[in-house]
Ligand binder design. Structure first.
Ligand code: BGC
Length: 513
C-alpha cells in the first residue's frame, strides 16, 4: 500500500485540485438528493386530494398509500449497491433520474388507487437508488480534504428539495380559485382546494406531482455529462480511463492514486455483496456501524417531529391556516443549519459534530418530552366545551394543551432540535456512509446501511401515530433516549474519517476486509 496522504490524527493534506470541476460534478450528483426531498414530501400537499379522488376512506389504507414509498426506497437501496458495482455509478444515476420522471408522471395521472401506489413505489425505488449512488459517487470523486463538504451537498439538496415542495405546493394552491369546487361524495373523505382545477383540465394535486418532471429531466440530462467514478473504473480493470478522470480532478500525482486504488481492490474477484459477510451476526463489524448510524438517524425522530410540529405551533396561536408558515420556518432552519455542517465538517471532523448533535438533540428532545408530559391533556369535556384551540376535535383527544409560555418553550426547543439535526446527523450520516467503507465493500455496505435507514424511517412513521395516541410525551421520551444512546454509540464505535483517503479507510479498522 502506498503511504497514506494523512492519518486519523495527522494534519489534513490539502491537494491541488481543479476545484470548479469537482464541485460541479458533485452538485450534479447531489441533484438526486433534491428529487429525494421533493418526491418524499410532495405527498403532504396532495394526500387529502388523492384520498378524495379515489374515495380512500379507510385510514389504514390512507397511511399505507403514503408510507408504501418508504418500502420502495428500502428495496431501491438494496439493489442500488449491486447495480452500482455491475453497471457503474453513472448509469445508476441515469436510471434513478428516469424513474423519478416516470414516478412524477404516474402519480400525476393515476387511474386508481392501486396504480397510484405503484407509482409511489417506483418513486420510492428511485429515492433508494439516489440515496446510495449520490453519497457513493461524491465520495469517490472528491479529494479527501474537501470530501465532507462535497458529500454534505447531498443533504443540502434533500432539504432544499423538501423546502421547494412546500413552496411549489403553496404557489399551486394560491393559483386555484378559492373555496372547494368539487361536490362532497362522502363526508369521511371531503374534497379540498387541491382538488380544484388549475389548468389544462388538471387538478392542483396533479400539478404538484407533474412539477417533479422538471428537476427529473434536468438530473437525467446533467448526469449524462459527468465522468464515471475512478474507483469503479479501476475495479473494472479500466485504470487508463480512471487516470483520465482523475487528471480532470487533480492537478498532479494521478499515477500514485491509481496505484493506491488498484492495491486496495486487489483480490480474486470483483466487489460483490458476499464481501460484507462477517463474523458478527453475519456481517463485518464495520457494516454494523453503518447500519446502526443509519438507524439512529431515524430513531431520533426527525421525520415524526416534522410531522407533528403543527400541534406545537397551534399551541402558540398558529392555527391550521398558518401551517405553511410553520413548516416553512422549520424547513428554513433545516436548510440554513446544513451550511453549518458544510462549514465545519472538514475542520472539526465527523465524530465531534455527531457527538455535539446527539447532545443537542438529547437536551432539546428532553425539554419537549417534559413539556408534553407535564401539560394538561385534551379531554372529551374540553372538546365539547370548545374553549381551547388545541382541543376541539376527536383527533386531538389526549393531546397536551400547552400554555402560552410552555408553547413558546416547545417552539424554541423544536427549532433548536432541527438545527442540531441539520448541522450534524442529517448530513454526516450520508457523508460517513459514502466514505467509511473500504473500496472493496463500499457499494454493498452502503446499500445495506441505506436500506436500514429507510426501514427505520418506515418503523418510526408507522408506529408514531399509535405512540402519540398513548402519549406524545412517551413518543418524545423514546426519541430522547435514542439521542442519548446515539451519543455513547458514536463515542465508542465511530472512527474519525476526516481527511483520510478512501484507500486508507481499511487502516482505521481492526478488521481486514
Ligand atoms: C433524512 C431524512 C429526513 C431529512 C430531513 C435526511 O438526512 O435521511 O429521513 O427527512 O434528512 O432533513
Amino acid at each position: 500500500m502506498v503511504a497514506p496522504t494523512t492519518r486519523e490524527t495527522g494534519p489534513v493534506v490539502v491537494e491541488k485540485v481543479h476545484t470548479g470541476k469537482v464541485v460541479g460534478i458533485s452538485i450534479i450528483a447531489a441533484l438526486g438528493g433534491f428529487l429525494f426531498g421533493y418526491d418524499s414530501s410532495v405527498i403532504n400537499g396532495a394526500n387529502k386530494a388523492v384520498f378524495y379522488q379515489f374515495q380512500i376512506e379507510n385510514t389504514s389504507l390512507q397511511g399505507f398509500v403514503v408510507a408504501i414509498a418508504l418500502l420502495g426506497s428500502a428495496v431501491g437501496a438494496f439493489f442500488g449497491g449491486r447495480l452500482a458495482d455491475k453497471i457503474g455509478r453513472k448509469k445508476v444515476m441515469v436510471i434513478a433520474a428516469i424513474l423519478f420522471l416516470i414516478a412524477g408522471l404516474g402519480q400525476a395521472f393515476p387511474f386508481a388507487t392501486w396504480d397510484f401506489m405503484l407509482w409511489r413505489v417506483v418513486g420510492g425505488f428511485a429515492i433508494g437508488l439516489a440515496a446510495v449512488i449520490s453519497p457513493m459517487y461524491i465520495s469517490e470523486v472528491a479529494p479527501a480534504h474537501l470530501r465532507g463538504r462535497l458529500s454534505s451537498l447531498f443533504q443540502l439538496a434533500i432539504v432544499v428539495g423538501i423546502f421547494s415542495t412546500q413552496l411549489v405546493n403553496q404557489i399551486i394552491i394560491g393559483m386555484v380559485p378559492d373555496g372547494v369546487q368539487e361536490p362532497v361524495k362522502n363526508p369521511a373523505v371531503p374534497p379540498v382546494e387541491a382538488n380544484n382545477v388549475l389548468a389544462l383540465g388538471l387538478q392542483a394535486w396533479q400539478w404538484m406531482f407533474l412539477c417533479m418532471v422538471v428537476p427529473a429531466v434536468i438530473y437525467w440530462l446533467l448526469s449524462l455529462t459527468i465522468p464515471e467514478s475512478p474507483r469503479y473504473l479501476v475495479a473494472e480493470g479500466k485504470s487508463a480511463e480512471a487516470k483520465v478522470v482523475l487528471s480532470k480532478i487533480y492537478v498532479e500525482d494521478v499515477d500514485t492514486k491509481v496505484a493506491a486504488i488498484e492495491e486496495s481492490l486487489k483480490g480474486d474477484h470483483k466487489p460483490s455483496m458476499k464481501d460484507i459477510k462477517g463474523p458478527k451476526f453475519g456481517l463485518l463489524p464495520l457494516v454494523w456501524v453503518g447500519i446502526i448510524l443509519a438507524i439512529f438517524q431515524q430513531f431520533v425522530g426527525i421525520n415524526a417531529v416534522f410531522y407533528y410540529s403543527n400541534l406545537i405551533w397551534s399551541a402558540v396561536g398558529f392555527d391550521e391556516s398558518r401551517a405553511f408558515t410553520t413548516s416553512t420556518i422549520i424547513s428554513a432552519v433545516n436548510v440554513i443549519f446544513t451550511f453549518v455542517a458544510i462549514a465545519f465538517i472538514d475542520r472539526v471532523g465527523r465524530k465531534l459534530l455527531l457527538l455535539i448533535g446527539s447532545a443537542g438533540m438529547f437536551v432539546t428532545l428532553a425539554i419537549l418530552a417534559v413539556t408534553f408530559v407535564t401539560a394538561e391533556k385534551c379531554t372529551q369535556q374540553l372538546i365539547d366545551a370548545g374553549t381551547n384551540s388545541s382541543c376541539n376535535a376527536v383527533s386531538q383527544l389526549n393531546n397536551p394543551m400547552l400554555s402560552d409560555s410552555s408553547g413558546w418553550i416547545a417552539v424554541v426547543a423544536l427549532c433548536t432540535y432541527v438545527a442540531f439535526f441539520a448541522a450534524t446527523w442529517g448530513p454526516i450520516v450520508w457523508v460517513l456512509l459514502g466514505e467509511m467503507f473500504p473500496n472493496k465493500i463500499r457499494a454493498a455496505a452502503l446499500s445495506i446501511g441505506v436500506m436500514a435507514n429507510w426501514i427505520a424511517n418506515f418503523v418510526v412513521s408507522e408506529s408514531f401515530p399509535t405512540l402519540v395516541s398513548i402519549s406524545l410525551g412517551l413518543a418524545y421520551g423514546i426519541f430522547t433516549v435514542c439521542a442519548l444512546l446515539s451519543f455513547f454509540y458514536v463515542l465508542k464505535f465511530v472512527k474519525e474519517t476526516k481527511g483520510v483517503e478512501l484507500e486508507d479507510m481499511e487502516s482505521l479498522e481492526d478488521v481486514k476486509v
